[in-house]
Design a protein around this ligand. Structure first.
Ligand code: C2E
Ligand code: CA
Ligand code: CA
Ligand code: CA
Length: 275
């Protein structure tokens, strides 16, 4: 019994080793990925509902791993956050997005996802200023998307960096609204420019009448607080019709476009302008 007990312990340690090693390997791969051009950004259009045309987009990270293929961001962002790699990777995202903004129609804004870990880094505002100055981009065209989890921990430090970002002239959006708990309390802590209504509220608009009241109430709340609104994950004409009637400002989702390469985004916008 004793021997098998010890065996279990050894086996457990080995399993831990293998997991830890796999994680460390992944971390090394991720570190190299930026230098080896395995990381790139796609841009998903945001549609102005009244004008029925693209007025913005959201930059979304993609990692094409040489062995594991396309690793979805939900899988590697977490690793990047835990290892601290999110900081250099996030800086690469910021520089790439600002450079892209300089290349596209100045009527198009670009949103960047910023992790809570990045928001604890006092160098963050400087990274934006440097990129904006270098490429001569109007800061009002860049939106910083944060999730509620940002405001869960280290609130004061995070809030002061968030305020600095807004002082630069960047727009600040609250992402995935409604998915965290006590969402409403965050609205008191910071005056966000934009509120993104999570896909989980938009999805049932097709079939559940009460979800119209929920999205309608969120939209009215945002309005009362002078925020613009985005309905996330619009996939059907019926959902689009519902968010249009409710009065959301923008919509994003597969109904309009999937995340696109920068070239495809430019082509998409040009086609729209010609219509
Ligand atoms: P998110 O910020 O909520 O981004 C929207 C996600 O919804 C994207 O997934 C997008 O492809 C997906 N989506 C858009 N329209 C639809 C739709 O109509 N239906 C459905 N089912 N999905 C839709 P993606 O690209 O896999 O990104 C997942 C998450 O990874 C993002 O969620 C964001 O939290 C994170 N992420 C992506 N890029 C970055 C980045 O550069 N930095 C950080 N920190 N996080 C990122
Ligand atoms: Ca987002
Ligand atoms: Ca979102
Ligand atoms: Ca409107």
């Amino acid at each position: 019994a004793k021997a098998s007990g010890q065996g279990n312990v050894v086996e457990f340690d080995r399993t831990m080793d293998i997991e830890a090693q796999a994680l460390m390997q992944m971390e090394r791969d991720l570190r190299a990925a930026i230098d080896n051009d395995q990381i790139h950004l796609l841009y998903q259009p945001l549609i102005d509902i009244d004008r029925n045309r693209t007025t913005g987009c959201e930059a979304l990270l993609r990692w094409s791993h040489p062995e594991h293929g396309n690793v979805p961001p939900d899988r590697f962002i977490d690793l990047a956050e835990r290892s601290g790699l999110i900081v250099p990777m996030g800086e690469w995202v910021i520089r790439s997005v600002v450079e892209a903004a300089a290349q596209i129609d100045p009527g198009i804004c670009i949103a960047i996802n910023v992790s809570p870990v990045q928001l604890r880094n006092p160098d963050l505002p400087g990274v934006f200023v440097e990129a904006l100055t270098r490429h001569g981009v109007d800061p009002g065209r860049i939106e910083v998307e944060i999730t509620e989890s940002v405001l869960l921990a280290d609130t004061d430090a995070n809030l002061s960096i968030l305020r600095k970002l807004r002082d630069i002239g960047l727009k600040i959006s609250l992402d995935d609204f409604g998915t965290g708990y006590s969402s409403f309390s965050y609205l008191r802590k910071f005056a966000f420019d934009k509120l993104k209504i999570d896909r989980s509220f938009v999805e049932p608009l097709d079939r559940e009448p009460q979800s119209i009241s929920i999205v309608g109430s969120i939209n009215a709340l945002a309005r009362a607080l002078q925020m613009t609104t985005v309905a996330e994950g619009v996939e059907t004409e019926r959902q689009f019709e519902a968010v249009r009637i409710i009065g959301c400002d923008q919509a994003q989702g597969y109904l309009f476009a999937r995340p696109l390469t920068l070239d495809a985004l430019v082509a998409h916008v040009e086609t729209e302008r010609r219509e």
